[in-house]
Design a protein around this ligand. Sequence first.
Ligand code: PBG
Length: 330
Amino acid sequence: MFPIRRNRRFRTNEAMRALVRETSITPNDFIVPIFVVEGQGVKEEIDSMPNYFRYSLDLLENEVKELWSLGLKSVLLFVKVPDNLKDNAGKEALNPNGLMQRAIKTVKNTCPDMLVMTDVALDPYSMYGHDGIVENGKILNDATANFLAEMSVSHAQAGANIVAPSDMMDGRILAIRNALDGQGLIDTGIMSYSAKYASAFYGPFRDALDSAPVDLEHIPKDKKTYQMDFANRIEALKETQMDIDEGADIVMVKPGLCYLDIVREIKNDVDVPVAVYQVSGEYAMLKAAAEKGWLNHDAVMLEQITAIKRAGADIIASYFAKDVIKLINR
Ligand code: PBG
């Protein structure tokens, strides 16, 4: 009899396919990025991210309640800092009554069990749009790492469960761990953006926070002296291993779809949870193609998210989180 094995038997109908499906998506897979702004009653759509919004703290409450009702239990907070509070050193980031610190408290007061993660980086606070302190045309490493450690303590004291340094300075995980432990904040976790590439896919995010590097002489115009070269693979493993050795609880690959080879390799290599950030440009691409009627939005969204998990992501930060869960709950 030929053929001996008929693989198509498992594909004959949806119940059969569901029975043997290797990867499934649940609300537990997701981290929801949230953009926060000052003001009252503000819910403004981000131009390059259709159907994604910046919220003022009062409206953040409703959003958080909706996420919780959908089973989404982790948020990752980003703040849009008013221009007059930006400087080179990120001083406002340490303000115990700053927007991030108030946002953390707002989420915790609204939904005490929601896991609150915070972006730890200078760029939203930097007048130059860089993730570090700039001096003589260079991004300072150690001074920035020490600053990020203080920023992490401030977030943790405001109630953050996990701090998420997204800057790519050398040694910052160790600096942050030491600073947290020094304040007795031993239960605050660190999710490290460990293999973060210098990517053109971050454009819409920089629109959302108005945080793009400025176009000034003597100021680097891109982030290539700290974020990784997208041509590199072995370097991603080294960065990730070093972050684990320094105390990272969760490691991350970013962006998502173009980097799934890196995700799989890291997943095979490490014994901590691996997160993947499906970034703003990935979101924008699908929205644009769907708006033109060139792609089926929901089908492509689910395919992409499933591919990220199949590649080895234990955790996915995605602007599609809510849409995906609404889709699979339908
Ligand atoms: C900044 C930061 C960026 C993102 C997360 N944190 C942008 C950057 O590095 O320039 C990108 C997220 C996205 O594009 O969705 N520290």
